[in-house]
Design a protein around this ligand. Structure first.
Ligand code: PEP
Length: 258
């Protein structure tokens, strides 16, 4: 758990939603809804086609509400014949964060832990802050394998990260059965898994470095339940999907975390 900073990190993942004009409108509505609101770091991960325009927009509106941008994915490769991919270099100066290993990438694009480990390395090399997503699916939870699944993901994805580098990595616990389903995880379930992650990080990287890693929760978070999840000891912020597309809901989540 982040010991020296009590502010929570809120990340909105827009996934493959909004055209650029729709996204610009949504961004401006979020900013307006939170006018005069002081917040240290809010991250929005729009589609990659929006990043450049948003970075210019946000340069103009820097204020007490600090919005940073994140990409939803990057290539593990530096450059070359990888049609359709986006490299870390392409994100220089337009994104500060990148989501790695989201369950939708693992499920629909067959991303393995080995590939996600490489993506993580690439992000770190390019000074992008990776948000590594881990979590079990419904079958794994029903079979009693939730903990082992998450430990396996952490051990493989972080295998080549040093204790110097881990401090700049963020981990998000996202039970796959709760993503976009409205199937809410119980606070006790979240707390148990979040501490499993904190303890694994300390085991892998030592107390000094491992305890500095922020662990977020994600899974059907909305304006109503955000505070309950944020109040769980060990939850350092939230990764929000669906509700981040609704500016009123998203602003409510941000306010709940202040
Ligand atoms: C996500 O996509 O990471 C997510 C948590 O989605 P939702 O909030 O819609 O469950």
């Amino acid at each position: 758990m982040l010991m020296n900073n009590t502010s929570k990190l809120i990340v909105g993942n827009w996934k493959m939603n909004t055209t650029l004009p729709e996204g610009s409108l949504l961004l401006s509505r979020i900013i307006k809804e939170l006018t005069n609101f002081t917040y240290p770091e809010l991250v929005i991960c729009p589609p990659s086609t929006h990043l450049y325009a948003f970075s210019k927009e946000l340069e103009k509106s820097k204020g007490p509400l600090n919005i940073e941008l994140g990409a939803q994915n990057i290539s593990e490769h530096e450059e070359g014949p990888y049609t359709g991919e986006i490299s870390a270099t392409m994100l220089h100066n337009i994104a500060k964060y990148v989501i790695v290993g989201h369950s939708e990438r693992r499920k629909f694009f067959n991303e393995s832990d080995a590939v996600d480990g490489k993506k993580l390395q690439t992000a770190i090399r390019h000074r992008l802050t990776p948000i590594l997503c881990v979590g079990e699916d419904q079958q794994e939870r029903s079979d009693g394998h939730a903990k082992q699944k998450v430990l396996d993901q952490l051990n493989t994805d972080l295998a080549h990260v040093t204790s110097q580098e881990i401090k700049d990595v963020i981990v998000a616990y996202e039970p796959v059965w709760s993503i976009g389903t409205g199937n809410f995880a119980k606070p006790a379930q979240v707390e148990e898994m979040v501490w499993l992650i904190h303890n694994n990080l300390i085991e892998q990287f030592g107390k000094m470095a491992g305890s500095k890693v922020r662990v977020l929760y994600g899974g059907s978070v909305d304006g109503e339940n955000a505070r309950n999840y944020l109040n769980i000891k060990g939850v350092d912020g939230l990764l929000v999907g669906g509700a981040s597309l609704n500016y009123k809901q998203f602003a409510k989540i941000v306010r709940a975390s202040a």
